[in-house]
Design a protein around this ligand. Structure first.
Ligand code: PLP
Length: 410
């Protein structure tokens, strides 16, 4: 008997259904440009995971070219035509085979996010945020930034033909200021910290109608950052590592990965338990560590924040309660490391394993060593450390050796 081929079901590019207030659960319209919820809290995108589970298999994702857009069903961008892309690669997992580790421990692995466009994982979040903003016709975007987020926003905004405005604390790495400017954004140095810069963005939003791309003040960046966790799943053949060390500033990546794993679990694509999440901060700015150790549900602002790891110099995070919840629900913990240990860790990994980490990435290796020594992780644990930016963006030691051609090796 002749069989008629079944009519293809309508293929949905995104399975996003609505946005949900992370504090009250109140629904917000996904088809409108959104910032914070009515309660002033971060909004989180929700998806029709029941339909997605029925209509897609994880093999469909595996069969696509690597990169964050292969996850489009689990992203909010409504149509492929709105994707603003600069060639987002799947970042490699690199084993630290030679760097020091406690006796008996298996080597930890670094997920090297420095390979992404603009040299940091901020590209993931800003690719999504700019794509969504463009889909809603936004023309002007603004951000308070310690450097990398501004650089990524400037790049994607340039690509999308938008105007971009960046506010940086005075001591933001010079290279970040310059790359932002060269990518066409207007950039100001501000005599304050990132939270002070955020107030200027809020003012500009009021006066000039800029779209505010501050961490978790719009619901799209976190969806891009979530792809770090999704990518880890596919790279480990859907068997996630035991522990993930994440350098935590605003916490978008940490909350995002946790959210992404919950979605994968609901789809039946991974099985529990989830990796234990570890928030790594500097002893010069450790509001999350302090709150975690105190058993608090939210953090109090850190006074006189200072650290060489600019990306995690965030004295107050709007998503603090979500970070703390993610740590506790995954049976993880929070750890602060000294700047001197960060510098030592950076040298160790560069000289022994040939991997040039950012200070924030090096902080995760320093925290790994401290956690191992303190018995907080086990020798057989499969550990992933996040290197969030290319080490080339940060100060390196000067070279002092000289050689005279006329008297070689004298
Ligand atoms: C932004 C940033 C971080 C912190 O990431 P969050 O997800 O915002 O906590 C860490 N390191 C570097 C280099 C960064 O640019």
């Amino acid at each position: 008997m002749l069989l008629y081929h079944k009519r293809k079901p309508r293929v949905r590019y995104s399975y996003a259904t609505h946005l949900e207030c992370s504090a009250t659960g109140e629904r917000h319209d996904i088809a409108r440009l959104q910032g914070l919820s009515a309660a002033g809290k971060p909004l989180l995108a929700r998806y029709d995971l029941t339909a997605l589970r029925r209509e897609r298999a994880r093999a469909d994702i595996e069969n696509r070219p690597p990169g964050l857009w292969r996850w489009h069903e689990l992203l909010p961008v409504p149509d492929v035509k709105h994707n603003v892309s600069l060639g987002e690669v799947e970042t490699p997992l690199i084993e630290l085979a030679n760097s020091t580790r406690p006796p008996g421990f298996i080597p930890p692995t670094v997920k090297d996010e420095g390979r992404l466009p603009t040299g940091s994982f901020k590209a993931r979040g800003l690719a999504l945020a700019v794509s969504m903003a463009q889909s809603f016709g936004v023309r002007r975007v603004a951000i308070p930034t310690n450097g990398n987020a501004g650089a990524a926003m400037a790049a994607y905004a340039a690509r999308a033909g938008m105007e971009a405005f960046c506010f940086c604390p005075d001591d933001t790495p010079k290279i970040n200021l310059s790359e932002i400017a060269l990518q066409g954004a207007t950039v100001w140095r501000v005599n304050g910290l990132i939270n002070d810069c955020a107030r200027l963005v809020a003012l500009g939003k009021e006066r000039f109608g800029w779209f505010d791309m501050s961490t978790l003040k719009e619901p799209y960046r976190i969806e891009g950052k979530k792809t770090m966790g999704l990518e880890l799943a596919i790279q480990t053949q859907w068997r996630l590592p035991d522990v993930v060390f994440y350098p935590t500033g605003g916490g978008t990546g940490l909350i995002g990965m946790w959210k992404g794993w919950q979605e994968l679990a609901a789809l039946g694509w991974i099985e529990g338990p989830m990796p234990r999440l570890v928030a790594v901060q500097s002893t010069g700015c450790a509001p999350i560590v302090r709150a975690f150790d105190a058993g608090a549900e939210s953090a109090t602002p850190w006074e006189n924040a200072h650290t060489i790891a600019a990306g995690i110099r965030v004295p107050a995070a709007i998503g603090d309660f979500l970070i703390l919840r993610a740590l506790r629900e995954t049976h993880g913990f929070a750890l602060a490391v000294e700047d001197a240990d960060i510098e030592r860790a950076r040298r160790e990994v560069a000289t022994r394993d040939g991997l040039l980490l950012s200070p924030e990435g090096a902080a995760t290796y320093a925290a790994y060593l401290a956690a191992a020594r303190a018995g907080k992780i086990a020798a057989r644990d499969r550990v992933v450390l996040f290197n969030c930016a290319s080490g080339l963006k940060y100060p390196m030691p000067p070279v002092t050796l000289r050689m005279d051609l006329h008297t070689p090796f004298a």
